[in-house]
Design a protein around this ligand. Structure first.
Ligand SMILES: Nc1ncnc2c1ncn2[C@@H]1O[C@H](COP(=O)(O)OP(=O)(O)OP(=O)(O)O)[C@@H](O)[C@H]1O
Length: 728
């Protein structure tokens, strides 16, 4: 026993020495990068190169400097001598967030995205892939202090050469009953503080498969709350940029999230992975050509988000194309060139048939017309490029185009439709009924310049702009919470990924918008990637089993076809409390929660928030909002149910579920989102009866169970509650 212990001590000392050397190497890398930033601009030949080089070097230096206090590496792979080890026979590698290397020596730490690192995530006893031992390191975590190595855990995947068997995991570690390594379990169950963090140390095999899918593969990931969809999407973006830097730095990668709060929450993950140049936006940001100055009625918004509007806009645009009725006559010095009406008609028809974006079609028609003129002119003398340029923009040609294929601005097209019932009736004939047309028609006619656009109008303008000219696309777009996009919003994404691929993340059960997807097949078709496979993630890393048990009952009432999930978190507490006074009970619950580490959220219907915030304030509890505009240090966030999507907190106090349900048409889905934000503890406070799916005891045979008792006297014991000492 003692020998074994001293062997471990020696090994740990060896690992600590390796860490010290790796830190020194990283410090040298950082110095070199900083030096290059300072001198790079001077050594570059011209200004453009200097700027590009400067940007690249700064970004590299920033990426290195952003190496947080977090560990330099998290694992080690020892390959055996078997043929499966290939080129790595007998080698061992440290795996971390990025390469740490001295120029003339083998890398000290390999980036988790490097091909060889794949085995760290995928190798198993069934398929060792040449890996003899997978070592995971344990680290201290203290704010503002570098992480220190505290231990390691070895997993032997192949039999040791001298023994015929695979030894048990060493170094004092135990795997849990579910087979999860102790260090992995500790990492997953660590309290949440601050923004989302990366998961490179603990990516699971089914997640890794999605992260490392090829550049040209679009994929849709359907997963219950907390199954790691967002984490996988972000790591996939980082992986693709590492593996295909040239293509993707040129074409760009975009992360689309549902709102700013969500983007703030995830904003630190990619920089921590060394990717500081990825655009992270909401779809509204992407479409914000104009400020939103008006609000649609529900009815109008529903029509504008309907995919039929794409058809209406297209028709309205193509109705601008007219059949020529006169010949074209162009004076050219002492000559006059003529193109007959019939020939012009044929040209217009040919270009129309080509089905190009409208603006491109217009230019194609111009070129064709000038081609005709050129053929005439060639009977006299060969015209040069100057002649072609002059003819392309001469008055008669411009006038003809203005008449038969006029230039169109997207805003004008949309204003023309919404502001003129006749234009709309013509374009929407057989597509929208009279009430639908009436719902979107402006009551007072306005020009595009004076329009007060709604959020949905901006989507129509984007669609119209896309019909006129293809927008710049991205090489890869990660679309989070994709179930909530309307068909028209999906089309805005599709337009930007015609030549690229998508990672679509979502959960049909968390669909809360009026126009949300009912099926992935339909949504993927709108997103322009009907062939993308839908891959389920079914292991939950956030929501504890006791909470999942409750939320699954709610899920059963949502009528969505999603696979069941198993929670990896055995810890966790759930408390359902009928109370008489919501603000007072909220203060008590939060004060209780503050005794434990981690983040706390109070989530309620929006109109309920002011009184809860005041009560917390009166009790001297500092709170913040999801925009973080109060106090960055506050551990308690007070937020409306509508902004909870995608976020997570250690302790969630969900206030008055019935109100959250009543607040929206898809209120039950919203409640499902709210209740699944909790990482460790969920407190449900209610004065009104709980929504029936929640209120029913787990053992109750049927929804027709006896009516709820009066809320304030409802016995807590009627619920399947896991109570923590001192909490109930
Ligand atoms: N392999 C993993 N190891 C450790 N933590 C993980 C792993 N996968 C996911 N997590 C953690 O689980 C939590 C939930 O992940 P994430 O937010 O990506 O889930 P999601 O499926 O997008 O959830 P939601 O649908 O509710 O938005 C996060 O804290 C994430 O870091």
């Amino acid at each position: 026993m003692r020998t074994e212990q001293s062997t471990l001590d020696v090994e740990l000392a060896h690992e600590r020495a390796y860490l010290a050397e790796s830190r020194a190497t990283l410090a040298r890398m950082l110095d070199t990068a900083r030096h290059r930033v300072e001198t790079g601009a001077q050594i570059a030949g011209d200004r453009y190169t200097a700027e590009t080089l400067g940007r690249m070097l700064r970004s590299h230096a920033k990426a290195l400097a952003e190496e947080p206090e977090s560990p330099l590496y998290f694992g080690r792979l020892d390959f055996d001598d078997s043929p499966a080890a290939g080129d790595h026979r007998g080698e061992h590698y440290y795996i971390g967030r990025r390469h740490i290397t001295d120029p003339a020596a083998p890398p000290r730490v390999l980036d988790w995205r490097a091909p060889v690192s794949r085995a760290f995530y995928r190798a198993s006893r069934q398929h060792p892939e040449g890996v003899a031992v997978r070592r995971r390191f344990g680290w201290t975590r203290r704010a503002n202090a570098p992480a220190e190595l505290t231990g390691f855990e070895d997993e032997h995947l192949t039999p040791a050469p001298d023994a015929g068997t695979i030894p048990e995991t060493r170094a004092g570690s135990e795997t849990r009953a579910d087979g999860l390594s102790r260090l992995v379990a500790a990492e997953i169950e660590r309290p949440r503080v601050g923004p989302m963090r990366d998961i490179v140390a603990t990516i699971q095999p089914e997640q890794d498969e999605l992260v490392r899918a090829g550049l040209h593969e679009s994929v849709c990931i359907q997963g219950a709350p907390g199954t790691g969809k967002t984490a996988v999407g972000l790591h996939r973006a980082a992986y693709l940029l590492y593996t295909h830097p040239r293509q993707l730095h040129r074409t760009g990668v975009l992360i689309l999230g549902p709102n700013r709060a969500f983007l703030n929450y995830i904003s630190a993950v990619l920089p921590a992975l060394g990717e500081v140049d990825i655009a992270q936006r909401t779809l509204d940001d992407l479409l914000a050509r104009h400020p939103v100055q008006a609000v649609d009625s529900d009815r109008a918004a529903a029509v504008k988000h309907d995919v039929r509007m794409a058809h209406v806009l297209r028709r309205a645009l193509h109705a601008k194309i007219r059949t020529p009725t006169e010949p074209l006559v162009v004076p050219d010095g002492s000559y006059r060139w003529r193109v007959s009406t019939e020939a012009l008609r044929r040209l217009v028809e040919e270009v129309r048939q080509a089905d190009l974006p409208y603006g491109l079609g217009r230019e194609r028609l111009r070129t064709r017309i000038v081609g005709r003129l050129q053929r005439h002119a060639e009977t006299r003398e060969a015209p040069g490029p100057g002649w072609v340029r002059r003819m392309s923009h001469c008055r008669p040609v411009n006038d003809l185009l203005a008449q038969v294929w006029p230039a169109v601005r997207a805003e004008e097209l949309v204003a023309g439709l919404l502001g003129d019932p006749e234009t709309l009736a013509e374009a929407a004939d057989g597509v929208l009924d009279e009430q639908e047309r009436a719902a979107i028609t402006w009551t007072a006619p306005r020009t595009a310049k004076r329009a007060r656009w709604t959020a949905a109008d901006l989507i129509l303008i984007d669609e119209a702009a896309g019909l006129v000219e293809r927008p710049d696309g991205f090489g890869h777009i990660v679309v989070d919470e994709a179930q909530d996009l309307s068909p028209m919003q999906c089309r805005a994404v599709a337009r930007r990924s015609v030549h690229g691929c998508l990672t679509v993340l979502g959960d049909l059960a968390q669909a809360t918008t009026d126009w949300a997807a009912r099926s992935w097949a339909e949504q993927l078709a709108h997103l322009g990637k009907p062939e993308a496979p839908v891959v389920p993630l079914t292991t939950g890393f956030r929501v504890p089993a006791s909470v999942v048990e409750l939320t699954n009952r709610l899920l059963a009432t949502l009528a969505v076809d999603v696979p069941p999930t198993r929670s990896l978190r055995a810890d966790g507490e759930l408390r359902v409390s009928p109370v008489a006074d919501l603000p007072a009970a909220t203060v008590t619950a939060v004060a209780d929660a503050l005794r434990q580490p981690g983040s706390i959220a109070v989530i309620a219907a929006r109109h309920r928030l002011p009184e809860l915030a005041t009560a917390l304030d009166d009790a001297g509890i500092v709170t913040t909002t999801v925009d973080g505009d109060n106090s960055d240090d506050a551990r308690v966030t007070v937020l409306p149910a509508t902004l909870a999507k995608g976020l997570e907190y250690d302790h969630v106090v969900a206030v008055e579920p019935a109100e959250i349900v009543d607040d929206e048409r898809r209120g039950a889905h919203r409640l499902y989102v709210v209740l699944t934000r909790a990482v460790s503890r969920l407190d449900i406070l209610h004065t009104r009866p709980l929504p029936s799916a929640l209120g029913r005891p787990a053992s109750a045979p049927h929804p027709a169970a006896p009516a709820q008792p009066a809320a304030a006297t409802q016995p807590a014991g009627a619920y399947p509650i896991a109570t923590a000492p001192g909490i109930a």
